[in-house]
Ligand binder design. Sequence first.
Ligand SMILES: Nc1ncnc2c1ncn2[C@@H]1O[C@H](COP(=O)(O)OP(=O)(O)OP(=O)(O)O)[C@@H](O)[C@H]1O
Length: 262
Amino acid sequence: MRIKIAITGKGGVGKTTLSGTLARLLARDGYEVLAIDADPDMNLASSLGIENPPKPLADFKDLIQERAGAEGGAFIYNPKVDDIAGKYGVIGPDGVRMLVMGTVDKGGSGCMCPASAFLRALLRHLMLKEKSAVILDMEAGIEHLGRGTTRGMDLMIVVVEPGARSLETAERIKKLSSEIGVKHIAAVINKGGAGKVNDRLEELGIPVLGEIPFDQQLMQADLEKRAPIDEGGEAVNAIIKIKEKLMETVEEIRKENEQSKK
Ligand SMILES: Nc1ncnc2c1ncn2[C@@H]1O[C@H](COP(=O)(O)OP(=O)(O)OP(=O)(O)O)[C@@H](O)[C@H]1O
């Protein structure tokens, strides 16, 4: 199965924890995994257990040139994960390949244009092996969604924590989804207190993949810059279950897509 998912939500809800852990779990299941840090906070590396993250794409001077080719030229024509990760990324524990987008240049235009365009083109043309996964850890909030990087993703997972603002973000993402080219959205509830959140997500028509309890061990892992999966604990166990549900969901989406092609 080929899996392309984007993970989004309000700031600090647990996007990076979920992205990094899912990436490692899928890699352990034998998937070729490409994890992309598109969050300007750039924490995905530690959640994957990578000590030395790669240089951000935004710092590669040749990108601007490649971007020129990206929208139809030769460079980005069917690139392979290995080629891209070899050139711009690193390989971490369990063989997860990783790329970093880069920080927003607040002093300049305030946009990661070349890196963003590169990523958009990359995601559109990337040649994925039969058993492979792309996991995109997105920037917080929704303002960036207009950049179109999520177009072509199978599923967008919105991480929601109990709280009105986090639910509002989920609601706005759901409303925007067709405009940003995402057909399928699902939620993961993080940090406990799922009851009411579950009801609201149901009202919104957002299926819930699972719940991650509040877990002190995650904070410990974070403090010590260890990957949650290497720390273990209740939250990681919950993410293992979420991964199973995710696989079922992606399989359903794939079948649905095949049906609609017929
Ligand atoms: N279930 C949980 N229990 C306890 N702590 C958690 C849980 N989930 C995440 N955290 C902690 O919350 C903090 C934020 O998590 P994380 O970095 O994954 O969120 P994020 O949405 O990616 O944040 P940002 O928007 O800043 O990139 C981290 O310190 C993490 O260890």
